[in-house]
Design a binder for this molecule. Structure first.
Ligand SMILES: [Zn+2]
Ligand SMILES: [Zn+2]
Length: 141
């Protein structure tokens, strides 16, 4: 696959995704909305060792509904959201599609937390949608 590149707004943080994304999802939860600057965020879920980052990210830790700690990484200079880590899956990261150089390199396949979608940012119903989180995938996958 061609690598997927992106950066923050000011350019001091750059990243490159070299692994195949596991999936791409739109999340409408309140935390994603507030940290996104708009109605939802779009995350590219990929193995952590398939993403290389140059520059320093600052992480903000917040417990999720599940009790897992979600760490949101952003550029300390311009504030652009770059990636999210989940304490329960330390080997995976969610890279914000908003920070891609070419956002058309990915296509979201799932919507989560649609129950919290604002009236002015409604989910695309043509892809799989879940009120909250889908049931956990089998451990083997
Ligand atoms: Zn920046
Ligand atoms: Zn979310």
């Amino acid at each position: 696959m061609t690598s997927i590149k992106g950066s923050c707004l000011c350019g001091s943080v750059e990243f490159e995704i070299s692994a195949e994304p596991k999936f791409v999802g739109n999340c409408y939860c309140e935390d994603c909305r507030k940290s996104s600057g708009t109605g939802h965020c779009t995350n590219i879920i990929v193995q952590a060792d398939g993403v290389s980052v140059t520059g320093d990210l600052k992480f903000f830790d917040q417990p999720a509904d599940s009790g897992n700690v979600i760490s949101r990484g952003f550029c300390p200079d311009c504030g652009s959201a770059i990636m999210t880590r989940n304490s329960v899956r330390p080997h995976m990261v969610g890279v914000r599609a908003s920070s891609l150089d070419d956002p058309d390199q990915i296509t979201p396949g799932v919507n989560v937390y649609t129950c919290r979608a604002p009236s002015w940012d409604q989910p695309d119903e043509s892809i799989a949608s879940f009120d909250k989180m889908p049931p956990p995938a089998p451990a083997s996958s």
